[in-house]
Design a protein around this ligand. Structure first.
Ligand code: PLP
Length: 367
C-alpha cells in the first residue's frame, strides 16, 4: 500500500465540477483583482467565523506582516511568540523591524506556555502572537486576559486552525486581529498562495484595506503607506466553494484523529485543552525513536513529515537573536520526538488501520 501524507487530488476529484465552474466564472469575467468574488468570500468567511470583518490578502505571512503594521508595531518593539512554530510567525515580526521574544511551550498541549509569556513581558513589549499549533486551540482566552492586563495587542496566528474552536467560538476571532493562511495544504486551502486577516475593529479594518492596496483611498490617491497584497479573484472563487465543505472535512479529520488516538494508546499525542476542539490540521505522535519509526513507515509505503525538525530559536537565520541550545527544552525535545501521520478527509479506514498497524508493530519490536 502507498499512503501519501496528504492527497489533494482526491479532494479535487470530490468537488471538481464546482471548482471548475468557479474558475471558469472568473476567467470569463476577466476581472482578476479586488472584485465580487473576494467581496463575497470575505463576507462568507466572516459569517462562518462569527467576526465582523475579513480582509483577504496574498498569504498567511503577509497577513501577519499587515496585522503587525496596522497596529503600528515596528522598530524598538518586542513581540512575544512561541519557539515551536512554522518560521513564518517569527519572520513576520522580523520583517516589520520588531524583535521576536520567543517562549517555550507546554509539554502536553505543545501550545505557548502562558506562564512564560507573562515572564517575557518587558516595558517595550507591544503584542503577543500565539499560534494555534496543529489546529488545536492555544489558551487564547487566558492570553486575552494577560494582554488586557499589560495593555498589549493580541494577534492570533490561526494559519493552521480553520474552523477549530474554544468554548464553541472559532479560533482566529478572540483577538484584536486573527490571521489565516490558505496555502494549498491547509484545512481550507487555495490553489496557490492566499491568506486573510480577521477583526471586529472598524478602524483596523479600514486601515488594512488600504495597507493591502498601496495605501490607496481612491484610485491614484495615497494617504498612507501600503503594499500590494490581495487575495485574487480565482483563489477567492475556489475558497468560496471549499468553505462550504470545511466543517464536513474537519469532522472527518476528527474521526481519523480519534481512531489514531484509540489505536495508538502507547504513544503520547497532543493534549487538547478543556472545551477546545481541534480541526486536526496535523496529527502528531511522540516517539523516542522518531527517525527510526519514520524510516520504517516509509519502507512500508507510509509517508510522514516532521513539524518541525528545528525549533525557531535554533534556526541559523535567527542566530543573531542570541538564543542557544537548552533555552527552550520543551520545544527542543518535541523537535526530536514528534512525527506527523497521514491525515486528510479522504483517507480511508483501510489506510488508517494500515498506518496504525505498522506503528504498533515497531513499538513491539522495540519493547
Ligand atoms: C502556513 C503557516 C503560516 C504562513 O502561511 P503562508 O500562507 O504559507 O504564508 C504562518 N504560520 C503558521 C503557523 C503556518 O502554519
Amino acid at each position: 500500500m502507498n499512503i501519501p501524507f496528504l492527497d489533494l487530488k482526491a479532494q479535487y476529484k470530490s468537488i471538481k465540477p464546482e471548482i471548475d465552474e468557479a474558475v471558469k466564472r472568473v476567467i470569463d469575467s476577466q476581472y482578476f483583482v479586488l472584485g465580487s468574488e473576494l467581496e463575497a468570500f470575505e463576507k462568507e468567511f466572516a459569517k462562518y467565523l462569527g467576526v465582523k470583518y475579513v480582509i483577504g490578502v496574498n498569504s498567511g505571512t503577509d497577513g501577519l506582516i499587515l496585522a503587525l503594521l496596522s497596529l503600528d508595531i515596528g522598530k524598538g518593539d518586542e513581540v512575544i511568540a512561541p519557539a515551536n512554530s512554522f518560521i513564518a510567525t517569527t519572520n513576520a515580526i522580523v520583517q516589520i523591524g520588531a524583535k521576536p521574544i520567543l517562549v517555550d511551550c507546554n509539554p502536553y498541549t505543545y501550545q505557548i506556555d502562558i506562564k512564560r509569556v507573562e515572564e517575557a513581558i518587558t516595558k517595550i513589549t507591544k503584542a503577543i502572537l500565539p499560534v494555534h499549533l496543529y489546529g488545536a486551540p492555544s489558551e487564547i482566552d487566558k492570553l486575552k486576559k494577560v494582554a488586557k492586563r499589560y495593555k498589549l495587542f493580541l494577534i492570533e496566528d490561526a494559519c493552521q486552525a480553520h474552523g477549530a474552536t474554544l468554548n464553541n467560538k472559532k479560533l482566529g476571532t478572540f483577538s484584536d486581529l486573527g490571521v489565516f493562511s490558505f496555502y494549498p495544504g491547509k484545512n481550507l486551502g487555495a490553489y496557490g498562495d492566499g491568506g486573510a486577516i480577521t477583526t471586529n475593529n472598524k478602524n483596523l479594518h479600514e486601515k488594512l484595506l488600504k495597507l493591502r492596496n498601496y495605501g490607496q483611498t481612491k484610485k491614484y490617491y495615497h494617504d498612507s503607506f501600503g503594499i500590494n497584497s490581495r487575495l485574487d479573484e480565482i483563489q477567492a472563487a475556489i475558497l468560496r466553494v471549499k468553505l462550504k465543505y470545511l466543517d464536513k472535512w474537519n469532522k472527518k479529520r476528527n474521526i481519523v484523529a480519534n481512531y489514531y488516538n484509540k489505536s495508538l494508546k502507547s504513544y503520547k499525542t497532543q493534549k487538547i485543552i478543556e472545551n477546545g476542539k481541534s480541526c486536526y490540521h496535523l496529527f502528531v505522535i511522540e516517539s523516542d525513536n522518531r527517525d527510526k519509526l519514520k524510516k520504517y513507515l516509509l519502507d512500508n509505503g507510509i509517508h510522514t513529515l516532521i513539524h518541525y525538525p528545528v525549533p525557531i530559536h535554533l534556526q541559523r537565520t535567527y542566530k543573531r537573536l542570541g538564543y542557544k541550545q537548552g533555552d527552550f527544552p520543551n520545544a527542543e525535545k518535541l523537535s526530536k520526538t514528534l512525527l506527523s501521520l497521514p491525515l486528510y478527509p479522504e483517507i480511508t479506514n483501510n489506510q488508517i488501520m494500515y498506518v496504525s498497524k505498522f506503528i504498533n508493530a515497531l513499538d513491539q519490536i522495540n519493547a
